[in-house]
Design a protein around this ligand. Structure first.
Ligand SMILES: [Zn+2]
Length: 295
């Protein structure tokens, strides 16, 4: 099934916020949140955590898939509101949150959405202290019972991308390591930092037994839709690479022209991609760069 809604996904597993910018909650003795969307969604996550757990103070951990503005935007806000909340991320992600340029970029991409939001001051991302530095292939067993999960480093979308896999539910939280469906169910491959690493990460994920894929935007896939999805992404990613190579041929290596052609065809003409135009174009440029430079 392809679900586009918040709420319960499976026993102990919930999507919070709106499907466009979900955070995923795994309940148990020490409940865990995965990702924390954009800054303006902070209060909504907090109220959904309250609704699901009774008391937001029960949330013990927040694990992040990567340092993009639409995955960590509300993390600092949640940490400030939930005493004792421990944030887990890779070392690279933790270092990013200390860089003034990265903080400024996260702020800048979030700021248009904070306009008109009342008391938005404490929603502004001003950096984040990471408490738990995760390693690749770690098994994390929360104290107090509840399902364990594994970390799988899946670089290629960004250098710091991490996926989380919950074996007892066969559930995967991949961030953008597996691309995202647009509204027409066309997959947008998301190899911003490296095509080669992205494909290697996809092969790693394809080896998992998966019943649930919690995509980073819009949809949760279950059953057969989840099982076939990673292979589909691999095929679509190869196709998209070829499209970029053909474009570079057609326009004699002019990356700007390739960007405009793909932007018009995939974004403007279809209206099926909900990502803000600025972020879409920054990302498309990075994908063309990765292919043009053989990364
Ligand atoms: Zn991302």
């Amino acid at each position: 099934m392809i679900l586009r809604q918040s709420g319960k996904i499976a026993d102990g597993l919930y999507a919070l916020g709106e499907p466009e910018l979900p955070a995923f909650l795994l309940s148990g003795g020490k409940p865990i949140l995965f990702d924390s969307g954009m800054s303006f969604v902070g209060p909504r996550y907090l109220s959904d955590i309250q609704k699901t757990l009774g008391n937001p103070g029960k949330l013990a951990y927040l694990f992040l898939t990567h340092s993009h503005f639409d995955h960590c935007g509300a993390a600092a806000f949640l940490k400030s509101r939930i005493g004792g909340l421990k944030v887990g991320a890779s070392r690279m992600t933790a270092e990013t949150f200390r860089k003034p340029n990265a903080i400024r970029l996260i702020q800048a991409l979030n700021s248009p959405f904070l306009e008109g939001v009342e008391d938005s001051g404490d929603l502004v991302f001003t950096g984040l202290e990471v408490d738990i530095l995760i390693e690749d292939g770690q098994e994390f067993q929360p104290e107090g019972g509840g399902p364990s999960f594994k970390t799988i480093f899946t670089p290629g979308h960004t250098r710091d991308s991490v996926s989380y896999y919950i074996p007892s539910l066969k559930a995967l939280i991949p961030g953008e390591a597996v691309g995202v469906y647009d509204l027409n169910y066309i997959i947008s491959p998301e190899f911003l930092s490296s095509y080669k690493e992205y494909m290697a990460s996809l092969e790693k994920l394809a080896a998992l037994d998966v019943d649930i894929i919690m995509m980073s935007h819009l949809f949760v896939l279950t059953g057969e839709d989840a099982k076939g999805y990673i292979r589909k992404t691999i095929n679509r990613t190869k196709e998209f690479r070829q499209e970029i190579l053909d474009g570079l041929d057609e326009f004699n290596g002019d990356r700007g022209a390739v960007k405009q052609k793909i932007f018009k065809k995939d974004y403007v003409d279809t209206q099926a991609i909900l990502q803000p135009e600025t972020a879409y174009l920054i990302n498309l440029e990075a994908k063309i760069r990765a292919i043009a430079e053989g990364k």
